[in-house]
Design a protein around this ligand. Structure first.
Ligand code: DGL
Length: 281
């Protein structure tokens, strides 16, 4: 035993695994929806390398049991860790609700999750009625109940599970009649209750924000959490001294998908907004 290790043991200083600030950040979702979060992360932290996993073969998570979602999250986190990530962003409200606590128990690296923006929506609403569009899994979760308990007490919260919507977006149908009809069906109950602010409580939904705005009208404010998650990630990495200092070129962004659709790469590129390096799992 060297003097140094002896000192560490005597002082009981926890020995942290050596993680480099230049290591990539892992981001994943049940599918392509989390790319809406990835865009905010890349815009805020352009020098960071980003690795994105779309678990599209297992989408939607919204209709799965918490146990099924947890096992998907562990498998993807293990994969990202083999790629050397310094932090993981769970860019999925449903997966966060089902698995974030267990992930934080299992892994020692920072795990950033997300939740529907009930708090900012309650603050933004002028008439005190907010709507939440989310997956059934998110709306049924204990985390969401806790969120309503904490921030939904002084407003009326109208929730709407959007079965089938994630699948439309996974197919890249951002403007199809089918997507429009589903959105009309899901937005109407919120409008009937007078919601003046609507939370996009699933990371797939920002990709159909123009359609939702068209349906609900300009008088209704739409809120999502991508920008807030990116800021939170920046803060966590800064606090741990884990922000890259490699400012000479922008960070590479790599994608993995297990989608079996023939046009999987095109869907990723359409949502990302440019050509992308996409590998198949
Ligand atoms: N993007 C996921 C979320 O934020 C969608 C979940 C699903 O696959 O149903 O909840």
């Amino acid at each position: 035993m060297t003097d140094q290790t002896m000192t560490l043991e005597i002082k009981n200083i926890p020995i942290k695994p050596a993680v480099s600030a230049d290591a990539p950040i892992g981001v994943f979702d049940s599918g392509v929806g989390g790319i809406s979060v990835l865009q905010h992360i890349h815009a805020l932290l352009p020098y960071e390398q980003l690795l994105y996993v779309a678990d599209s073969r297992y989408a939607p998570y919204g209709s799965k049991t918490p146990q099924e979602i947890q096992s998907r999250c562990f498998e993807i986190a293990d994969f990202l860790i083999t790629k050397g990530v310094k932090a993981i962003v769970v860019a999925c409200n449903t997966a966060t609700a089902a698995a974030i606590d267990l992930m934080r128990e299992k892994y020692s690296l920072p795990i950033i999750g997300m939740e529907p923006a009930v708090k900012p929506a309650a603050a933004a609403s002028k008439n005190g009625v907010i709507g939440v569009l989310a997956t059934v899994g998110t709306l049924k979760s204990a985390q969401f109940a806790g969120l309503l308990e904490s921030y939904g007490r002084n407003v009326k919260v109208v929730t709407q599970g959007c079965i089938g919507l994630v699948e439309c977006i996974e197919r890249g149908e951002l403007r199809s009649d089918n997507t429009f009809k589903l959105l009309e069906q899901y937005c109407q109950p919120l409008l009937d209750e007078g919601a003046d602010t609507i939370v996009l409580g699933c990371t797939h939904y920002p990709f159909v924000k123009p359609l939702i705005q068209q349906i609900v009208g300009d008088g209704v404010t739409l809120i999502d959490t991508g920008a807030a998650v990116a800021k939170h990630l920046q803060k966590r990495l800064a606090a741990l001294d884990l922000l890259t200092q490699q400012y000479h070129h922008s960070g590479a962004v790599r994608f993995w998908t297990n989608s079996q659709a023939a046009d999987a790469k095109q869907v990723v590129e359409a949502l990302w907004g440019k050509s992308a390096e996409v590998e198949f799992l």
